[in-house]
Design a binder for this molecule. Structure first.
Ligand code: HAM
Length: 609
């Protein structure tokens, strides 16, 4: 008997498991920042769930599902080919929509599709999936796209391309369907067998057929942009404009931002309609590709809005957005790019709810409202990028109503943004327990919030912060006795604590990394010394000693130009004290006479000469 896995199923071997774990940890971190909660649904669902949601006339349902009936029950069940349907089913089955109208979920796990296996396409594969249920807001579409890009950025995967499109709602699609049918009617016989059947049953799917001939025909068809109803068009324009606020638009091919209507004008990506193979989508659809590392299967992640699915499955009328990322493809991209994946610290302790100071309905000024909501979205994004969990209200409610939401979700602090705050370049922080409000300028807000983290730290965090100080102090004694190797060991342990906890407020990390770099240097580990000292001066660019020690290390590494630059930074901060330092006995050994001459002439040459 041949020993082989069935159906080309993949093993994940130990050397790869480490990589998988890093991807999973990035996923958990990003979801914490965006306030998503993990959900785990079963591998099997009733087949009818997928027929009703994914759609009867789709490749997945028609050809790709593994469907069974059990011995005792004749109702067919299928191995899940995707997460969305199962998550919506769970949301409704457990009446979660009755507890809170708006909820965010994420899931991770295996899925099954009977596709022809090739690089990046497997019959058992894994996804990281997110679903935000219960809102029609275009801010949610933009937030979802942002979450996807933050996730890939965190993994060090920077070369993705985003395509975004709107496929309208059933109302605008009805007209467009007729337009497509009319345009295709004279060419039906030229289409592949599959598409000939699709012509009657699901004409949109012809747009993403893989056959050369169908693609060439599809590329000359009118796109849906010209047929979007006002509501869909406004929604799409708003999503694109919000993405601009967050500076993501550079990545979005202008075609897909709806600026042109002819498919043939799209040069870089062949599938501008993003029909996306599922019937549940409405309005926004998007796909991230990674062409530099993946072959023909270069879609690394895809998703969109589905405003009718919850209702179609028996729930209330409510909007939703989600996406799923293919983990196998991410692993392939990571291996290809050998990206420098740096999983950042765990999220900071205190989550923040950001609210706009919006008047009650009758007194609203819509323009002002829009400015404030854009500002709120931007601040929530910035907080997350700074490692702090943050959320906002998507429903354009009054301040009072937003505060109610924040209270219900147990936020201890709310940042309030009104026109006054915008004019003063700052924000008001409200302590929800005491009711006290304080204004902070943009410049100091992070410092203030970090301080809250320390005060609010759990007892175990405080004990660990104490350990950090203890390790640091012991290292000073060892360093003074010349025991640099032992000191370095303690400082490595302290650095690990500083990466997990926010201790900046009890100890300046510029000085910590300056000391660590000095110890590394003294024991001859110049490479690590440089890394630490660069961290030190990055944390405080006015830390003269850090720059000076960095200069000595760069000399040792043969980076004379960089050494001069570092020295000049120290000199700019301390002025003439430079010669004192450079010539101090202990430091002389780092500089040749020639280098000192060069420094001298650098200092004596007036700037700009
Ligand atoms: P999808 O585009 O079918 O969307 O899949 C999302 C991602 O899963 C793809 O971009 C790809 O990276 C990966 N993927 C799909 N099929 C395979 C396969 N056979 N082998 C390896 N990787 C694969 C969905 O599944 C939607 N449920 C996404 C969504 C969530 N839309 C709204 N919410």
């Amino acid at each position: 008997m041949e020993i082989q896995s069935p159906l080309g199923m993949q093993d994940i071997l130990p050397e790869d498991v480490q990589l998988w774990k890093k991807v999973e940890s990035a996923m958990h971190r990003i979801c914490a920042l965006y306030r998503y909660s993990e959900i785990r649904t079963p591998l099997f669902e009733f087949t009818s769930l997928f027929t009703r949601s994914v759609g009867e006339v789709t490749d997945i349902v028609e050809k790709e599902m593994y469907t069974f009936t059990s011995n005792t029950d004749s109702t067919p069940i299928s191995l899940r080919p995707e997460f969305t349907a199962g998550i919506v089913r769970a949301y409704l089955q457990h009446s979660m929509h009755k507890q809170k109208a708006f909820q965010k979920f994420y899931a991770f796990g295996p899925l099954f599709r009977r596709e022809r296996p090739q690089k990046g396409r497997y019959r058992q594969f894994h996804q990281f999936d997110i679903e935000a249920l219960g809102s029609y807001s275009p801010y949610l579409d933009a937030e979802t796209i942002l979450l996807a890009s933050d996730f890939l950025n965190e993994l060090g995967l920077k070369e993705y391309k985003i395509s975004i499109n709107s496929i309208g709602c059933p109302a605008c699609r009805a007209e467009y369907r007729e337009v497509l049918k009319k345009a295709l009617a004279p060419r039906i016989s030229e289409l592949c067998q599959n598409c000939q059947a699709r012509y009657e049953r699901n004409v949109f799917r012809i747009m993403d057929c893989k056959s050369e001939k169908c693609r060439s025909i599809a590329s000359k068809l009118p796109t849906i942009q010209g047929y979007l109803c006002d509501n869909c068009k406004n929604h799409f324009d708003k999503v694109v404009s919000i993405l601009k606020v967050t500076e993501l638009e550079d990545r979005v091919n202008p075609f897909y931002a709806g600026q042109t209507t002819q498919v043939s004008e799209a040069k870089s990506v062949p599938n501008p309609l993003l029909v996306r193979g599922f019937d549940y989508y409405t309005k926004t659809t998007f796909e991230f590709t990674y062409p530099s590392a993946l072959g023909s299967q270069d879609a690394i992640l895809g998703g969109g809005r589905y405003d009718n699915l919850i209702e179609d499955l028996g729930g209330p009328k409510s909007g939703a957005v989600g996406f799923a990322a293919g983990i196998e493809r991410i692993i392939l991209a990571l291996k290809d790019t050998k990206s420098q994946m740096s999983i950042k610290k765990l999220p900071k302790n205190i989550p923040i709810f950001v609210a706009s100071v919006t008047e009650q309905e009758q007194e609203r000024n819509q323009e002002q409202d829009a400015v404030l909501r854009d500002a709120v979205f931007k601040i929530a994004t910035q907080l997350r990028r700074d490692g702090r969990p943050a959320d906002m209200d998507f429903e354009a409610r009054s301040l009072k109503a937003q505060m109610k939401v924040a209270n219900k979700l147990n936020y201890k602090y709310v940042i309030k943004i009104g026109s006054d705050e915008l004019a003063r370049y700052g924000m008001t922080v409200k302590n929800m327990n005491t009711g006290k409000e304080e204004f902070y300028s943009d410049k100091y807000i992070n410092e203030y919030l970090n301080g809250l983290d320390v005060r609010d730290a759990t007892v175990s965090d405080k004990v660990r912060a104490g350990e950090f100080l203890d390790l640091h102090n012991k290292a000073i004694f060892l360093h003074k006795e010349g025991k640099e190797k032992e000191a370095a060991g303690l400082l490595d342990d302290a650095a690990k604590i500083s990466e997990e906890l926010n201790i900046e407020d009890i100890f300046p990390l510029s000085s910590f990394y300056g000391f660590k770099g000095t110890v590394d240097r003294n024991r001859g580990d110049f490479k690590n010394a440089e890394v630490d000292l660069l961290k030190s001066v990055k944390k405080d660019k006015d830390y003269a000693l850090g720059w000076f020690v960095l200069c000595t290390v760069q000399m040792k590494l043969g980076k004379e130009d960089e050494a001069i630059r570092s020295f000049m930074k120290a000199y700019e901060i301390t002025g003439d004290a430079w010669s004192d330092w450079a010539l101090r006995d202990g430091n002389k050994k780092y500089f040749s006479q020639e280098f000192l001459e060069r420094l001298k002439s650098e200092i004596e040459t007036p700037k700009g000469a």
